[in-house]
Design a protein around this ligand. Sequence first.
Ligand SMILES: *Cc1c(COP(=O)(O)O)cnc(C)c1O
Length: 418
Amino acid sequence: MELINGEYHIGGIAISDIVALSGVPVYVYDAAVIRKQVSRLLNAFGKTSVRIMYACKALTNINILRYVRTLGVGLDTVSIQEVELGLLAGFTPSEILYTPNMVSYAEIKRAIEIGVHINIDTISVLERFGHDYADRVPVCIRINPHIMAGGNERISTGHIDSKFGISVHQIRHVERIVNSNSMHVNGLHMHTGSDILDADVFIQGAEILLDVAERFPEIRFLDFGSGFKVPYKQDDIETDIETFGSKLSMRIEEFNKGRKTPIEIWFEPGKYIVSEAGIFLAPVNVVKQTTSTVFAGVDSGMNHLIRPMLYGAYHHIVNTSNPNGTPRIYTVVGYICETDTFGWDRKINEVREGDILAFYNAGAYGYAMASNYNSRYRPSEVLIYHGHAHVIRRRETMPDLLSTQIDQGDVWETGLHA
Ligand SMILES: *Cc1c(COP(=O)(O)O)cnc(C)c1O
């Protein structure tokens, strides 16, 4: 957000204009920020060939998918429905990677029929796959390198108790299955979870994949998943992409020296691409002084933005309606009948009922995790592109809430079955 002539703007458009267009609450995305993040990534790896597969579970609006496609980005998908959405958004199967975990084998078969890249993360699935498709369909294998990502257990996937990936200690077994079935392993994958702060941790994981890659001569790419940290607060540490990029690129070039065809490196960022591009706007319904704090209660809650309640995520909060107000301390909460606290003891410019609060870093896992809990409508979404605000999703209405319900009328009163 920028303050222009005393009014907050997103992507050059005044908040008041956005609100007039879409109403509130609303998720607002700035395409320019998405583009900037993608080009930062694409430019960080020197002459090493790098491919970005946007992890679309972070934000799946079809307009976002269409937009990232124009930036030369592929898709990382975790469900057959995401694969299908990707196709509807114009991606070809070869631009889509499917990384399932614990899904039915029927779903994996469907993805194979569509022709997307398949990432296998379980020995039993690898065996079935080897039996059914061995020499016809190449596979990528998801390895758990047992590298701990950041400090948050709940968003880390590389630890020993994780349900994701095939342990790096099981590679001999993988090799047996692959060789016995004459399978073609064309890629190796790891995704250790979010919030890796340190480039060296990433390089450590890279070394493990490179080591495993020596055993599979047909490897064309190494997919390092994601884990790039974005800043949530002022002065927050973020992954130093440029330093990391040049370190990794050097290591890959060294590896490529001994090979006929150089390997590509792939990444699957979700948060890195869309988190900072999104701002959630919600009006304040109530300012309530209690004995211990001042609550600012917004016309929203965990039904719209659940990250703070689900895993303690921090979202910076700004009062867009009072740029010159005196900062005071507030606890920002929602209207849901649960303890849905967005943030305790936040310093926010004096909040009045009707003011509009902005929640930062709302692009990733914001709308995507929204629900109808308490029979509330999910909000609208706006994408700002080249100085124009486009409504890319309308707010829900009562017919939306009822759309999948089958109302049996008065059967329950009359006892007469229709
Ligand atoms: C969720 C996920 C990602 C993206 O993670 P971010 O933290 O949003 O960058 C990448 N790869 C896989 C397999 C995922 O499940």
